[in-house]
Design a protein around this ligand. Structure first.
Ligand code: PMV
Length: 303
């Protein structure tokens, strides 16, 4: 029995615009969801048990529980039926915090089901199955969460081209602050659709895409102040699209005031998490500023 992982992720730049075909810079964090298949020889339903999330469900496509439906969708996409197995797991990221928890779970589940079925752990098969789950949960996902949850690392994702991995000279340290406020990715994607009337050439979407390019160039050159400036501007544009909240704004301000190069919301917004890039000797100050706002942040090493 092997333990299978799906990585959690942060989006450094380009969320929301990525839905409309623009590039986004995203990275796996060194935390995620792990799942192991435990056969139930006496038979029984296909179960999923993640005690860290108080989650215990049985696969059922008609259930009221979204994860029960998502478990059924993954099993169906893999064509494995409903094997008598309990998928038992652990999670090092909070659910619904904008850190890609649902994609990480879906990827780990797909891998564990393939192992149980004694099938190869083929990347395309895993991606397709996890994408079926994300579609069920989020409506029209760009696929960025699944791409990172499968591949790990850091890269630029485009809807048309998928994930293009990049190699950093040294791993990047990103401060992550889960706000503790729940949010709905689908509702935030809908809000951006209303704000932009889904016009692909909307100036704000164009700018978010351009910031991905600027930020990626800065990151590859090791220019963290320039990367931070791109983060700050992206936060302002996202706030203009209506997906920030007073709490997220104030966590970003607190990070900047504590010496960060830049900060922004990450993922869909409306709650969820913020990220900041800071000089090494100011990281503790940023984390302390967040702690003063009742947010327990952490340092993720990416790349
Ligand atoms: O999964 P979240 O909440 O981190 O958001 C995903 C990023 C969006 O661009 C808002 C949606 C998507 O499907 O790309």
């Amino acid at each position: 029995m092997t333990t299978h992982v799906g990585w959690g992720k942060i989006i450094l730049l380009g969320e929301h615009a990525v839905v409309y075909g623009y590039p986004a810079l995203a990275a796996a964090i060194d935390r995620g969801v792990t799942v192991a298949p435990v056969p139930t020889p006496k038979g029984g339903p296909l179960r999923l048990d993640i005690p860290a999330w108080d989650l215990k469900v049985t696969a059922a496509s008609t259930s009221d529980h979204p994860v029960a439906r998502s478990l059924a969708a993954i099993a169906d996409a893999l064509g494995v039926g409903r094997p008598a197995v309990s998928l038992v797991g652990d999670a090092q990221i909070p659910p619904g915090a904008g850190l890609g928890s649902s994609a990480a779970l879906a990827v780990a589940v797909a891998r564990a089901l393939l192992e149980h079925a004694q099938r190869p752990l083929d990347t395309t098969t895993i991606t397709t199955a996890a994408a079926a789950s994300e579609q069920l949960l989020h409506g029209r996902p760009s696929g960025i969460d699944v791409a990172i949850a499968v591949a790990g690392g850091i890269g630029v994702f485009r809807r048309s081209a998928g994930l293009r991995r990049i190699t950093l000279p040294t791993p990047l340290r990103v401060l992550v602050g889960p706000s503790g406020s729940p949010r709905s990715t689908a509702a935030m994607v809908e809000r951006v659709a209303e704000a932009t009337h889904s016009v692909v050439g909307d100036d704000r979407l164009v700018e978010l895409g351009a910031l991905t390019d600027t930020g990626t160039t800065a990151l590859l050159a090791g220019d963290l102040p320039a990367l931070g400036a791109a983060l700050d501007r992206a936060h302002a544009v996202l706030a203009g699209l209506g997906v920030s909240t007073p709490q997220l704004d104030s966590l970003c301000d607190a990070a900047r005031n504590a010496g960060a190069h830049g900060a922004k919301l990450t993922g869909a917004g409306g709650g969820g998490a913020v990220i900041a890039i800071a000089p090494r000797d100011r990281e503790a100050d940023v984390l302390a500023a967040w702690r003063a706002a009742s947010v327990e942040g952490f340092v993720a090493r990416v790349g």
